[in-house]
Design a protein around this ligand. Structure first.
Ligand code: GTP
Ligand code: MG
Ligand code: ZN
Length: 437
């Protein structure tokens, strides 16, 4: 009897998107990763990686058998040869892009957001959030542990600046040239028993892929064939443009006497260097990349949501003293999970949008000229301003002071918009009378 093929035994999807190089491929084109210890050395990845192969023999379970007769269990992308975790063959993936200027707060936002989501999703929305590949998410774990589970909660800590190369990237030899690819962070999101759509788990579960790029990678000219590190922008279901008010001279002026954040009042050496980066340039460049790689005409509006994540809310909240920081999701009588209150998000969005329109109109104009669905969401990844470390001269925060707010809202909003059925919402102000979407 011929052995089962992997397509029938393991796969539910007809097409897989590689989370490393974003190539789409059919599951039967997938390579496998040899297990036999003698089969090391891969043409694209180098001698320290196990050899990738297109199988001709399979075990009864549907796993490929390598040349040495060992059962292989891991699969790899036919284009870049990097490992594609197994859930990608079974669960549809969804990509989100976080972009913004150097030091605008992307890495802090990412770390606080995943930390908060890991708790909020199961507790209030009955959705599990697990690492699709724990080793790939190791860097994010480090960030989360340093900020939230630190055994020395009184000591100042800081997340290092994200570099444009190094251990957050994989180098792939494509024959005539090498390419640098960013390591993805990958999570499986699945409805739990209490979720109203639990029975439709197979249809509504998702693998969420995120990337932590360096701000420099969004500068004009940084997107090259050998370093296509921001190409996820084109397939992203929601773009999160992080706008940092502390880097804007007009915001800083408006905050005079209203903020104690050292980033608002004075600039450190790192921030001084970066103060020359105009944030509208970064947004316009990202828009160009999406247009180019997603094949959008100049006059065509992007159909997917653009969220302007206005970072470091703690440092400028006195500009909008009436804006409530209460969580925009609530219990509904008779329902087992919470619903997102999109009206509250829209109300905050219009307040923040008006503020930006007044202080930095070019950002709003650029965003409005690009996206049909535009939302402004303020977040604080730390809950308070960082302190200047007298020893290193850099900014840090004490883990005991970490108290993020609204940091999970952009992602909940994006999931509600793009992964229908996983996070529900209500279009009402009062929790008693609305219709679920
Ligand atoms: N007040 C305040 N400061 C923040 C917050 N989040 C980040 N910061 C500060 O912003 C600075 C930069 O944050 P990062 O997250 O490293 O910035 P980044 O966008 O990842 O920067 P690159 O890696 O260079 O692209 C750090 O000094 C943080 O202390 C926040 O929520 N509130
Ligand atoms: Mg960073
Ligand atoms: Zn690939």
């Amino acid at each position: 009897m011929p052995a089962a093929s992997p397509a029938s035994a393991l796969t539910l999807l007809t097409e897989v998107t590689c989370p490393h190089c974003w190539q789409r491929f059919a599951p039967e084109e997938s390579l496998w990763i040899s297990e036999h210890p003698d089969l090391s050395g891969d043409a694209k990845l180098g001698f320290e990686h196990a050899r990738r192969f297109l199988p001709s023999r399979f075990s009864v379970e549907g796993d490929a058998i390598d040349e040495g007769g060992y059962r292989a269990t891991k699969m790899a992308c036919p284009n870049c040869h990097l490992e594609v975790p197994r859930p990608f063959y079974q669960v549809p993936s969804i990509f989100f892009s976080i972009l913004g200027a150097p030091a605008c707060g992307k890495s802090y936002f990412l770390a606080s957001m995943t930390w908060k989501m890991r708790q909020t999703l199961p507790r209030y929305f009955s959705v599990s959030m697990n690492d699709a590949d724990a080793s790939a998410n190791a860097r994010l774990h480090q960030y989360e542990e340093q900020q939230f589970l630190n055994p020395n909660p009184d000591q100042l800590v800081a997340i290092a600046k994200t570099e444009t190369q190094g251990d957050l990237y994989d180098l792939v030899n494509m024959g005539d040239h090498s390419i640098t690819l960013p390591r993805p962070f990958m999570f499986t999101l699945q409805p739990l028993g209490k979720h109203p759509n639990h029975a439709r788990s197979k249809r509504i579960s998702r693998i969420m892929c995120l990337y932590d790029n360096a701000g420099e990678s969004f500068l004009p000219g940084a997107d090259t064939v050998s370093s296509p590190v921001t190409r996820h922008l084109a397939l992203s279901s929601c773009l999160f443009f992080c706008f940092d008010p502390t880097q804007d001279p007009r915001f800083r002026r408006a905050c005079e006497g209203k903020s104690e954040d050292p980033q608002m009042t004075r600039r450190t050496a790192r921030l001084d260097r970066e103060a020359s980066v105009r944030q509208d340039t970064i947004l316009l460049e990202a828009i160009q990349r999406v247009r180019r790689h997603a094949g959008l005409r100049e006059d065509e509006l992007h159909q997917r949501p653009l969220v302007i994540v206005v970072t470091k809310w703690d440092s400028w909240h006195r500009l909008l003293p009436e804006a409530s920081r209460d969580e925009p999701y609530f219990d509904i009588q008779g329902q087992s999970v919470r619903s997102l209150n999109r009206d509250r998000i829209q109300a905050i969005s219009s307040q923040v949008g008006d503020l930006l329109r007044e202080l930095c109109p070019e950002i709003v104009a650029a965003a409005e000229g690009f996206a049909r669905d535009l939302t402004f969401i303020p977040v604080s990844a730390t809950g308070r301003s960082p302190e200047l470390d007298p020893e290193s001269g850099s900014l840090g925060i004490r883990p005991r002071d970490m108290d993020p707010y609204w940091v999970e809202v952009p992602m909940l909003y994006a999931l509600n918009s793009s992964a229908r059925g996983l996070i529900g919402s209500q279009h009402i102000i009062s929790p008693q009378s609305g219709q679920a979407s």
